[in-house]
Design a protein around this ligand. Structure first.
Ligand code: BMA
Length: 368
């Protein structure tokens, strides 16, 4: 069996290439470097594994004193011996000036963990579940279909959006000191469970919301460390996927959020449905990615509670293996909700299958 590939070597190579580029070539930005790094994994047929909030907490534990903690604990590492190659964090609450995000993770911890993970050779991604600025509710408050409109040019909250919300977001992203990050704002936008969802704003309003965010961070704040990911929910047609696509200029990665749900027909059928739908999405995303010269990823996935003992190797891996997926990220292992986890943890009865997944030749984790 060929030696298991990990991330360390490629990182060293990327650095050498970046440093030795000729004088006349404009300096590659952190964003360019990350995009190139992702393309080079894809070119080799590699798929990076990612886990949400991996370094901040896990099943039944959390980092207590983040300023002194070395952030070496990880459920994924406890099971596989390696960190996830990609770690995700959520910025929900940054727009309010809060000290901690919607899941009570301090933004100081998020900054420290993100920068440390990148220093270790890993890749960072941010999602954002901002509050509902019109009602004061959370991201899932869909009681008004006027929220997006109110944030745009001419809307009553346009000033708040630009000079307070986006400013705070920009301040945080700037404080990462050039650490490249994949940012995927306004996600799962075709379904209607977030206030920016399909039935809550028009196609034009959605595009304007995304573009306003991009323009502020890229042109006003001049941040060159952001790789932009457009990540609709699954179970949609290719026409729906593209109906709210903000445009090539604003997107680097085409993502999709797709989960397995167990219904009355049981686990076996849930796995079949999950894989069929995922392959259908990845098939059209692959065509789009090639046509638009973009990367593609499975931006969120998982089976809550991992009740299927061979989910990783029998369901997930065969569904993604034939596609040029840059990374696949399973959702968080909540420390305070025992059944809310999407990666194995030390002592979990079905942990061996995730370890087997981590040892597959095309799957990349990060060596400690
Ligand atoms: C959801 C759940 C919530 C959490 C949110 C943002 O999918 O995990 O408990 O608050 O993501 O992380």
């Amino acid at each position: 069996m060929p030696m298991k590939k990990t991330m360390t070597l490629l990182c060293a190579l990327t650095l050498i290439t970046a440093c030795s580029s000729g004088d006349k070539k404009p300096m590659e930005t952190p964003k360019d470097q990350l995009v190139a790094k992702l393309f080079s994994y894809v070119g080799k047929g590699d798929i990076l594994y990612g886990h949400q909030d991996d370094l901040s907490y896990g099943h039944a534990w959390k980092v207590e004193d983040w300023e002194t903690d070395s952030l070496t604990r990880s459920d994924v590492k406890a099971v596989t011996g390696m960190y996830p190659a990609v770690v995700g964090f959520d910025l929900g609450g940054i727009e309010m000036g809060d000290k901690a995000n919607l899941d009570s993770v301090a933004f100081g911890l998020i900054r420290k963990a993100a920068m440390l993970h990148a220093e270790r050779g890993g890749i960072v991604t941010f999602s954002w579940h901002p509050r509902n600025p019109l009602t004061g509710g959370d991201a899932w408050d869909i009681s008004s279909d006027q929220v997006v409109k109110s944030l745009l040019e001419g809307g009553e909250l346009n000033d708040l959006f630009k000079s307070v919300w986006l400013k705070r977001l920009g301040d945080f992203l700037e404080s990462l000191e050039g650490t490249p990050v994949i940012f995927r704002p306004w996600h799962e936008n075709i379904g209607s469970w977030f206030w920016w969802g399909g039935k809550l704003c028009t196609e034009q309003e959605y595009k304007d919301l995304y573009r306003t965010t991009w323009i502020y961070l890229t042109e006003v704040r001049k941040l060159d460390n952001i790789v932009w990911c457009y990540s609709p929910n699954s179970n949609i047609s290719v026409e729906e996927y593209m109906s709210r696509y903000p445009g090539d200029e604003f997107v680097d990665i085409l993502g999709v959020d797709h989960y397995e749900y167990v219904g009355e027909d049981g686990l076996e059928q849930a796995g079949v449905r999950f894989a069929e739908e995922l392959k259908r999405s990845l098939t059209y995303m692959n065509v789009l990615a090639k046509d638009h010269h973009k990367l593609m990823c499975l931006s969120e996935t998982g089976l809550e509670g991992l009740g299927d003992p061979t989910w990783w190797t029998r369901v997930l891996h065969p569904a993604i293996a034939d596609f040029p997926v840059a990374y696949v990220l399973t959702w968080r292992n909540a420390h305070d909700k025992p059944g809310h986890f999407y990666a194995a943890w030390e002592g979990f009865e079905n942990a061996s299958d995730m370890k087997a997944f981590s040892e597959l030749e095309d799957i990349v984790f990060l060596k400690p």
